[in-house]
Design a protein around this ligand. Structure first.
Ligand SMILES: [Zn+2]
Length: 206
């Protein structure tokens, strides 16, 4: 695309670096901003900068947080006996949207994938066993994508926790997910949380 303004060209280039935004959409957004009050554009830019610079990760569960501990971990109304292990922050958002889970989370920050060089040390696993031992948790719910890497991760964590007296379950997989948890509709995801299975049974079924 040819532009008569370097300023417009730069803005379009920056927008088109975002996922799902092609050059045409980027140009549409830039032209929209051009018609917007400059103070509104300042607000947009400042909000993004503040979000990126000030966001933190919860020291307990590794979820995104505005403070040292996230709003979920800090909420005394949450069930302290259940811990749901998820791959990413997007999964926390998807499960929270179902409104059918009231326990807490542990965000791994990925799943084991030896071919991609992702081993246990790349994930938030070092503090997991101690966290479970010291916090009165009685049930671990694995909410991890039903892929080979996901299964490998479930097995690894089950072994890691084998000496700790907790029940380990996995969300039901008989229900089709269509891939990542993020894309499961809220009702399907809520059902699969309700119909969770002990990890050993799950292994037999698969
Ligand atoms: Zn937290």
């Amino acid at each position: 695309m040819e532009f008569s303004s370097k300023l417009i060209e730069d803005a379009v280039r920056e927008f088109s670096r975002l996922p799902g935004i092609g050059q045409k959409t980027a140009l549409r957004l830039v032209l929209f901003l051009l018609k917007t009050e400059p103070s509104r554009v300042d607000d947009l830019a400042n909000t993004m900068t503040k979000m990126r610079r000030e966001i933190r990760f919860c020291v307990e569960c590794h979820n995104i947080s505005d403070g040292e501990v996230c709003a979920i971990c800090a909420n005394p109304g949450r069930n302290r006996q259940q811990l749901c292990i998820v791959e990413s922050i997007r999964d926390v958002i998807a499960i929270e949207n179902t409104k059918h889970y009231s326990g807490r989370y542990h965000v791994l920050g990925g799943i084991l994938s030896p071919l991609d060089g992702i081993g246990p040390e790349q994930l938030n696993l070092t503090d997991l066993a101690d966290r479970i031992r010291n916090s009165g948790i009685t049930e671990i719910i694995m909410a991890i994508s039903p892929t080979i890497e996901g299964d490998t991760t479930v097995f690894y964590i089950s072994k890691l926790l084998k000496d700790i007296p907790v029940t380990i379950t996995t969300i039901a997989r008989g229900i089709s997910f269509g891939g990542d948890l993020e894309y499961a509709d809220e009702m399907t995801l809520a059902k699969s949380i309700a119909k969770r299975l002990p990890v050993e049974n799950y292994v037999n079924i698969r």
